[in-house]
Write a protein that binds this ligand. Structure first.
Ligand code: AHR
Length: 619
């Protein structure tokens, strides 16, 4: 096999090609990336959080106490968005089991807080972290001395690791005491933020080197009915004032991980924020009006809805003197967040109801904020239709970028590497916002990962029209998944990246901004063979590096000769990484070595492998 590289035939490609899509699906946020360890901390879980109401899923979920139902109250709550709380009696313990228990690590500090008020004299709360056998890992005392809501804070120092602790609160005196917003966070969060993110999970995401983060969905963004559309405004500000919501993936969203935290995470990992806002219609235009029937935000409410979107831009980018910029500054971020993109819509059915509302929103953003790139949607993927109706609207309105989604089998990726070659370069750019090589219900493996690697080489070749890509879904908590496969699995103590994760990582860490025309020349007419070998040559201008990626999806090794011509003028050093394994293996072998190279490369590509050569241009 020979690889023909034509250094003189080059093009500028997107510097945002490799990003991530974070959706609160599979317990990705609460019980996942959001580091809060207390489940149902505000007693706001409700049977209606579940699609098929579940009587056990209620204000007491994850809590136990004697006659707990009798302790619930909602008179003078801590905030109107946080109506429920419990009133505790002397000596009656209240226990929280966390999300599948509370994991604690030796030598770590945990910050506890509780909002409380007494009915009478002051009271003392004994707060303990214990295991099932009753062993106490640490305890603190809190003196509740006010008859109106007040926040009390203490910290625990843990000496021993335990995977399955619980939190127990016991009033010590006879006066009743009301409690709400019971919270426990590790001190050690990602970038040490209060109300922060779980460090190991955030780090494994950061290690992908994403150039942008799309959030909060997916279906979560547009909800499964007009009243379930994600409302960014109710996810900012003090935690007790945020409005928890039913998550359409059949659980509860505290929105403790809200817009402020999403933007902060983007900043921490140097990724562009890409919030997605519903196009005035819910998931597949469903919900009120009956599934499948068209429904959207009533026309008389659209002005207010559009204003909310304009306010988001002011909240993210306005200075601290603006109404919404002031709220961002008050939350701790006086500097603007530098928002450049907004997604409008997610995989919506392309109907009149959609078109009317999308057009109104798009025009308003264009008029008030021409500096913002709006990413439209071209609807769900049906093979053969090529999103015709969605593209027709996008072309007519001159939408700068559109979001395409496809979950398809590995064979689709192998046989559709030319998918973007014929896209009209005068039309909207493409954001491939959700994709995965999909064997429904089956885990990812070397075959799915390599088919994505092969396809991403074709995406780099089309990096002048494809501006962004993100695999989906990103995270999944073991035993709490609504979607398979996902990129990263985790439980309370472990993080388990999949085979496909390493492909994303290799592309993310080896992204380029110039693409050099390159072709695989195989000495056979057999399409099946030709389609299973791929190459991409890009330059990372910032790092002065040439990156060559080879994919071999054949069951045999392949000898490849590459001449990089004028791209490399003398012998230099390179890093070679090889990802390989048996096609059905769920784990990959990853090997990295330093090599010397010149413009002429001869190498053997292992069977079922993805090889990345990162060449230092200057030494
Ligand atoms: O990624 C999972 C779901 O797939 C997203 O929420 C939705 O946009 C798509 O249908």
């Amino acid at each position: 096999v020979a690889v023909k590289v034509q250094p003189e035939q080059k093009k500028q490609i997107s510097d945002k090609l490799m990003g991530i899509f974070f959706e609160d699906i599979n317990y990705a946020a609460d019980g996942g990336l959001y580091a809060e360890l207390i489940q149902n901390r505000d007693f706001e879980y409700h049977p209606s959080d579940k699609q098929y109401r579940d009587k056990n899923w209620n204000h007491f979920f994850a809590w136990t106490s004697k006659n707990i139902e009798s302790k619930l109250d909602s008179v003078n709550p801590i905030h109107e968005n946080n109506k429920y709380y419990l009133i505790l009696n002397n000596g009656e313990s209240l226990t929280n089991e966390g999300f599948d228990a509370i994991p604690l690590k030796a030598d770590e500090k945990y910050n506890f807080s509780i909002s409380a008020k007494t009915y009478g004299n002051s009271n003392k709360l004994l707060v303990q972290l214990v295991d099932d056998a009753g062993k106490v890992y640490d305890e603190v005392n809190i003196k509740v001395n006010a008859s109106s809501w007040k926040k009390y804070q203490k910290s625990f120092k843990i000496k021993e690791t335990v995977a399955d602790a619980k939190l127990v609160i016991t009033p010590q005196n006879s006066s009743k005491v009301a409690v709400d917003m019971v919270s426990l966070f590790p001190e050690n969060t990602f970038h040490n933020h209060k109300n922060g993110l779980r460090k190991d999970l955030a780090q494994v995401i950061a290690d992908l080197h994403p150039q942008f983060v799309r959030f909060p969905g997916g279906c979560v963004a547009h909800g499964d009915g007009v009243d379930n559309i994600y409302d960014w405004k109710s996810t900012i500000g003090p935690l007790e004032t945020r409005k928890p919501n039913r998550n359409l993936w059949n659980y509860h969203q505290t929105v403790g991980l809200g817009y402020y935290e999403y933007f902060q995470f983007c900043e921490d990992i140097n990724a562009a924020p890409v919030p997605v806002i519903a196009a005035g219609v819910p998931c597949q235009n469903s919900g009120t009006g009956g599934a499948g029937q068209q429904c959207g935000i009533p026309m008389e409410e659209m002005d207010a809805y559009i204003q909310d979107i304009l306010d988001l831009i002011e909240w993210a980018n306005g200075d601290a003197a603006t109404e919404w910029g002031k709220k961002r500054a008050a939350a701790g971020h006086p500097k603007p967040f530098n928002l450049k993109y907004i997604g409008i819509g997610n995989e919506d059915l392309i109907t009149d109801v959609f078109e009317e509302r999308f057009t109104m929103i798009f025009n308003a953003i264009q008029e008030k904020h021409p500096e913002i790139t709006v990413i439209g949607t071209v609807g769900p993927f049906y093979e053969g239709t090529d999103y015709d109706e969605g593209w027709e609207i996008a072309n007519r309105l001159a939408v700068p970028m559109v979001d395409e989604h496809y979950y398809v089998p590995p064979g689709w990726f192998i046989y559709n590497q030319d998918y973007y070659d014929a896209y009209d370069r005068n039309n909207a750019k493409v954001y491939l916002g959700e994709y995965a090589s999909h064997l429904p219900g089956r885990p990812s493996n070397i075959e799915t990962a390599l088919s994505e690697a092969l396809y991403l080489a074709a995406v780099e070749r089309n990096g002048d029209i494809v501006e962004m890509t993100s695999y989906a879904p990103l995270l999944a908590k073991e035993h709490h998944t609504q979607w398979t496969p996902d990129l990263i699995y985790f439980n309370n103590t472990e993080v388990k990246p999949t085979t496909d994760y390493y492909v994303q990582q290799l592309y993310g860490q080896n992204a380029g901004t110039i693409y050099y025309n390159s072709k695989v020349l195989v000495d056979t007419d057999d399409d099946k063979v030709q389609k299973r070998i791929g190459v991409s040559v890009v330059e990372d201008e910032k790092d002065d590096a040439i990156i060559v990626k080879y994919i071999n999806m054949l069951p045999v090794s392949v000898n490849v000769t590459t001449n990089l011509g004028t791209l490399i003028t003398s012998e230099t050093t390179a890093e070679k990484t090889v990802f390989s394994g048996k096609p059905d293996a769920k784990e990959a072998s990853l090997q990295t070595e330093k090599i010397k190279t010149t413009a002429n490369q001869n190498m053997e590509l292992a069977p079922y492998s993805f090889t990345v050569i990162r060449i230092n241009k200057t030494n």
